[in-house]
Ligand binder design. Structure first.
Ligand SMILES: [Zn+2]
Length: 285
């Protein structure tokens, strides 16, 4: 956008104009910059603008945090909690807090999101929110609470397992739960869980079976490699004492037969599709 934006942030046109400009973030920041996020007025335009800035990895961490906090607080004051504006602001705030290692605060916000979703939203949203909360709890070393969230997510999914929206979530929750156990050094419990829920992991599609095996293997190995410093359940457990199967072996572990079609191209595509860090590639034989 060229030229200054309207000085009045409550002009109904400015946010629309900013969002469709060449550089929406720059245009929004021109309006937000003179304002103090701790004293900015409660206004839907400002909440939407602040959430856009909170979501942007291009902005400085302190800017994102202060505007994320404003958006969340202001939306709590003037919007219904189940509105998309409030949920977006709360998710953005939790995300920024987590990125800045303020995990305890992120967990509080995320718990509020789950309470709202349970009252007002669909099964998939609640299942996914519990999975995301489990991630935060696990990173914070609250391993048992993380497992409780995944158990609750699984039980909710199981009651609705035939609904098209959530049909394949059971396999994802199961591999995430196995990864939590393995990361805490409980390898036997992890593999027992995978075997007990083999019917959930199974799929008529060979490529989906293959994908489940590869992604499950990556999740487990990533948890084993990274969780130890945060772990409070078994911090002294010998993480390397148990032989960890190579990722290519998870197909046999899960389905009882070897997978002759697994190849590095498919693994690479899967990893890039889920945006996992490239460092996990070193575990692939
Ligand atoms: Zn742990």
């Amino acid at each position: 956008m060229t030229g200054p934006l309207p000085a009045a942030w409550d002009d109904p046109g400015w946010l629309f104009e900013a969002l469709f400009s060449d550089d929406p973030e720059q245009s929004i920041m021109e309006v937000l910059r003179p304002l103090d996020p701790t004293a900015a007025p409660d206004h839907p335009n400002l909440i939407a603008a602040a959430t856009t800035i909170a979501d942007s990895p291009r902005q400085p961490a302190t800017t994102r945090l202060s505007w994320a906090r404003y958006a969340h607080s202001a939306s709590e004051r003037i919007c219904r909690p189940q509105s998309e504006v409030s949920l977006h602001a709360a998710r953005a705030f939790a995300q920024v807090l987590a990125e800045q290692d303020m995990l305890a605060d992120a967990i509080v916000v995320h718990n509020q999101i789950i309470v709202t979703l349970e009252r007002h939203s669909d099964v998939r949203s609640v299942v996914d929110a519990r999975r995301a909360l489990a991630d935060l709890l696990y990173a914070h070393g609250r391993c048992c609470s993380a497992e409780q969230q995944l158990t609750a997510a699984y039980e909710l999914w199981y009651r609705h397992r035939n609904e098209p929206d959530v049909r394949r979530r059971g396999a994802t929750i199961t591999t995430e739960h196995a990864a939590v156990l393995a990361g805490c050094g409980r390898h036997d419990d992890a593999f027992t869980l995978l075997r007990e829920r083999r019917h959930v992991l199974d799929d008529p599609s060979a490529s989906r079976r293959q994908a489940t095996a590869i992604l499950g293997g990556v999740r487990i190995q990533e948890a084993i490699a990274e969780h130890r410093p945060a772990c409070t359940r078994s911090p002294g457990a010998a993480r390397t004492a148990h032989p960890i199967p190579p990722i290519s072996a998870y197909h046999e572990l899960l389905y009882g037969d070897s997978d002759t079609t697994a190849n590095s191209t498919m693994i690479g595509r899967l990893l890039s599709a889920v945006s996992w860090p490239r460092r996990v590639v070193r575990w692939i034989p």
